[in-house]
Design a protein around this ligand. Structure first.
Ligand code: ZN
Ligand code: ZN
Length: 393
């Protein structure tokens, strides 16, 4: 049972953290790729061989629905797990409140925390992430200026409207999302400018219920041990026939064996809480760097380009008219222009007749030389999350 929970938590951890900047190139990233690409393709090909093309076509359809369309599958898994844990709580923990270590107040706080968890899940799922539409696109473009590194003015090919800086088109929601972080399948919604705060609240609520649940389970166990006077018990060794005072380890094993549901609930709550705490830590590290998850991937790609020696920078005093880039954004007059080109492209361009827009530029040596104009410091970034700029008219 415990082993099953450890494996389950590990898989959830890998699925959550696999694509992240820190783990993408490490073993966690490898396992993530194995689970999401190799294993899925393997299952698909075995499936085709066993079921033939007609039936496997059906499975392909289901797979495409689950992976490539907006669907509530993982949201249902979350609700199923939370509801199962809540049920286990009422069956196994509730009868021990009040107990030797748990006062009557937990009868009220536990119910409040359960309601709070469902409520934050509902709010995070139903909230507007900051959809960019024809009506609000002008205001949405004013919220952030183009940094001309990660974001430059262009149109969304699907929505056919200007793409604001920091926005991303979500192919699952089929909409452009302002300051898009990522599409979260657990809430079946995008996480962006307007609902990142609710997403944080949802993570916090889940961590809270997990660790509060762990706390209640531990003290319920201690109450049971006290009522049984377990710690003054003796354990007799079958082989030697000798009786020894019980050790803490033996007492814990005995209790978990006696109260399996209570034990399973405690282990499950602790592991899930720990995994989501790690994920929250990752989100906080992004907030500290002033990046969305989407931008973290872009920074990593940029770093690769820099490592290959293909990124150049040119600082120029721009007439605002001169910069067609300034058309849809507020851009300061002195801007840094970045572009990437291979050595061959560069030789050709600089060898040919120089036009007005040809820049020699200096090669960027390190990603640290590139300024993240969206980073306002940890507290500034946090303030922007809780009080986001308005994009609605
Ligand atoms: Zn779009
Ligand atoms: Zn989405």
């Amino acid at each position: 049972m415990a082993a099953y929970f450890v494996v389950f938590s590990f898989i959830v951890f890998v699925l959550l953290m696999g694509p992240s900047q820190k783990f993408r190139n490490g073993p966690i990233g490898m396992i993530h790729r194995f689970l999401t690409v190799t294993l899925v393709n393997g299952i698909a090909s075995v499936n085709r061989r066993i079921c033939g093309t007609r039936l496997s076509g059906k499975f392909d359809g289901i797979y495409r629905y689950l992976m490539e369309e907006k669907n509530p599958a993982l949201q249902m898994v979350y609700l199923f797990l939370i509801t199962g844990a809540v049920y286990a709580f009422y069956v196994s923990v509730w009868p021990h409140i009040p107990g030797p270590y748990l006062s009557r107040i937990h009868l009220y706080t536990s119910n409040l925390i359960i309601i709070f968890t469902y409520a934050t899940m509902f709010i995070a799922s139903r909230s507007d992430p900051g959809r960019v539409t024809r009506e609000n696109v002008f205001k949405a473009c004013k919220a952030f200026q183009y940094d001309l590194v990660l974001f430059e003015p262009k149109q969304c090919r699907t929505c056919l409207i200007q793409k604001p800086a920091r926005s991303k088109h979500c192919s699952l929601c089929n909409v452009c999302v302002a300051k898009c972080d990522h599409h979260c399948a657990w809430i079946n919604n995008c996480v962006g400018l307007k609902n990142y705060r609710y997403f944080l609240l949802f993570l916090y609520a889940t961590i809270q219920i997990c660790f509060y649940g762990t706390y209640l389970v531990v003290y319920a166990f201690m109450g049971i041990a006290k009522d049984m006077n377990l710690m003054s018990a003796y354990v007799s060794n079958i082989q030697t026939g000798k009786s020894m005072p019980i050790t803490t380890y033996q007492a814990v094993l005995f209790l978990i064996h006696q109260q399996r549901l209570l034990g399973a609930l405690g282990i499950f709550a602790f592991l899930v809480g720990f995994v989501i705490l790690a994920f929250l830590g990752y989100q906080l590290s992004l907030i500290k760097s002033g990046m969305t998850a989407n931008e973290a991937f872009k920074w990593e790609d940029l770093d690769e380009i820099i490592q290959m020696g293909e990124l150049y920078m040119h600082e120029k005093e721009f007439d605002v008219d001169d910069a067609k880039l300034a058309k849809h954004a507020k851009i300061s007059k002195k801007i840094k222009l970045y572009w990437n080109e291979t050595a061959e492209e560069r030789k050709q361009r600089l060898g040919g007749p120089r036009g007005k827009n040809d820049y020699d530029g200096t090669q960027v040596q390190s990603v640290k030389e590139v300024e993240n104009i969206f980073d306002k410091g940890f507290w500034g970034n946090l303030k922007e999350i809780f009080f986001p700029p308005s994009i609605d008219n």
